[in-house]
Write a protein that binds this ligand. Sequence first.
Ligand code: TYC
Length: 119
Amino acid sequence: MPSRNPPTPSAPPVQKPGRDEGESVVLERRTQKTKPPQMYQVVMLNDDYTPMEFVIVVIQEFFNKDRETATQIMLKIHLDGRGVCGVYSRDLAATKVNQVMEAANQAGHPLQCVSEPVE
Ligand code: TYC
């Protein structure tokens, strides 16, 4: 099989043509400055009162995990005090936190959930 180069990103934007002293057209290459957006992890905190089953269902429902994965995350939180349920854009992470807090308040459980920048 022929060796291939890795895919190259699209060419960086090029400035409007300018004119140098000798009137020839000069194109200056600008370096690409856009960086990927900051991502936020939604972290759930342990407490002594929220039932394990409630936490499992919340993780399944709002973080789209299967029951086995949700159970593992819940146990990690129970043992370590906190655990990451998912990583999202800032707005979506804030929405997830609100959904969890709303469900916990409705059910009368003290479950706490926060979002924090990754890294
Ligand atoms: N520690 C709780 C209990 O023993 C279970 C629990 C797990 C609570 C995770 C909150 O985020 C949590 N019932």
